[in-house]
Design a protein around this ligand. Structure first.
Ligand code: ASP
Ligand code: MG
Length: 418
């Protein structure tokens, strides 16, 4: 007999009928002979609704009060799910973050979990209870209620699984697992049976929205086997996410993703002397602006240009800072390009297989897609393209790397916007 942690998102508990469906899935796992802890999000669009409500009261709500407000969403769904499980004749108890002892740092609206107390969880499991825990919330050592950031229930579930040394953490969702790209762009896309934490993290960073990235980081850190599976096809195993060292086969390219939320900044005509890049990026870092792709190139007249990308939300801040260091580093112009999308291929198997980058560039060229910038990491190659080319690029790359199949992907409910 093992311990299984399950997590159900807002759409899975959106109404009483769906809550009963979740109760059935929970009971099925209990009937398999496992101890079950189930983490749930707030019902449907409750969190969005609560945020809207707060903004109608004041445009600038206090972050502590926001956490007080948002944490109520999950308290509703845990109580209802516990009642539903009990109505099916099983023992269940709901617990909020404070009752469990999900201890976080005191940073409202994006707190990190620092510790999870397991004594009450263990006691309740020993008493034969199915435990229903509120996702997304925690408590500081001083007793202040915090939340973990949007989508944070995934992280609550994985952290509880790590603390209890659970056999597995199953994240139930509206899709049947992790697809190699967004099925709304390539409907006949393959689902991965197994993917590594490393690949999943890269895909999450470049725009795949299945899991809260911190949940994957936590799973990797504590080696928690993670399954992403369908809440409406309970017999499907979905996608297993494990360490790359435990995988028997991995493909050169496991997934393709696009991120259209960045802008490119170019500094031209910089003198080719030591300290210029350090000064520019030091100033940005000091102001908490993260930079993604960076390219420095030397022109034939002996000057450098440095191009880099930042999140579009950081653009105005970045320009202000660059204006202040521009004269000091003797830069020519500051040029902005907003018409970019970063298309990336990710795969643990590209490490020892030459030619993957060349295949990517050829495939884009054959589709008349111009590459504005290239960057690589060990298991990822990214190309900046014009925004309107992002979808054609994804389609071309899925074909190029054999990620299509004959079946249509099944997607239900609401997926985040592209
Ligand atoms: N209810 C929270 C949100 O909507 C947390 C979650 O769903 O994971 O972001
Ligand atoms: Mg989610």
């Amino acid at each position: 007999m093992g311990i299984i942690v399950q997590k159900f998102g807002g759409t899975s508990v959106a109404d009483p009928q769906k809550i009963h469906n979740v109760a059935n899935a929970v009971i099925k796992e209990k009937e398999n002979g496992n101890d079950v802890v189930v983490v749930v999000s707030a019902m449907g669009h409750t969190t969005d609704y609560l945020i809207k409500l707060a903004k109608e009261v004041t445009l600038n709500p206090d972050s502590r009060e926001m956490d007080m407000l948002l944490s109520t969403g999950e308290q509703v769904s845990i109580a209802l799910l516990a009642m539903a499980i009990q109505a099916h004749g099983y023992k269940a108890i709901s617990m909020n973050g404070q009752q469990v002892g999900i201890i976080t740092e005191c940073i409202h609206s994006k707190a990190r979990i620092v510790d999870i107390k397991t004594d009450k969880l263990k006691k309740n499991l020993e008493a034969g209870n199915i435990i229903v825990v509120a996702g997304f919330q925690g408590v500081t050592p001083d007793g202040e209620i915090t939340t973990l950031g949007r989508g944070g229930s995934d992280t609550s579930a994985v952290a509880i699984a790590a603390a209890l040394k659970a056999d597995r953490c199953d994240i139930y969702t509206d899709v049947e697992g992790v697809y190699a790209t967004d099925p709304r762009i390539v409907p006949n896309i393959q689902k991965a049976d197994v993917i590594s934490y490393e690949e999943m993290l890269e895909l999450a960073r470049v725009g795949a929205n299945v899991l809260h990235p911190r949940s994957v980081e936590t799973a990797k850190q504590f080696n928690v086997p993670l399954r992403v599976r369908s809440s409406f096809k309970l017999n499907n195993l979905g996608t297993l996410i494990i360490g790359v060292e435990n995988m028997e086969i991995y493909k050169p390219v496991a997934g393709v993703a696009a991120d259209s939320s960045q802008v490119r900044i170019l500094l031209s005509n910089l003198p080719d002397i030591p300290g210029t890049a350090a000064r520019v990026f030091g100033a940005l870092a000091k102001n908490n602006i993260s930079v993604d792709m960076i390219i420095q190139s030397l022109a034939s007249n002996g000057t450098n240009s440095i191009a880099f990308t930042v999140d579009e939300d950081d653009l105005n801040g970045a320009i202000d800072i660059l204006e202040t260091v521009k004269d000091e580093v003797k830069a020519g112009e500051i040029l902005i390009d907003k018409d970019i999308s970063k298309v990336s291929i990710v795969g643990a198997g590209m490490v020892d297989r030459p030619g993957i980058a060349a295949d990517m560039f050829r495939s884009l060229a054959e589709n008349n897609i111009n590459i504005k910038m290239i960057s690589t990491s060990e298991i990822k190659i990214s190309c900046l393209v014009e925004k309107e080319n992002a979808k054609p690029a994804i389609k071309a790359l899925c074909k190029e790397f054999g990620l299509e199949t004959t079946e249509m992907a099944v997607v239900k409910g609401d997926l985040p916007n592209l």
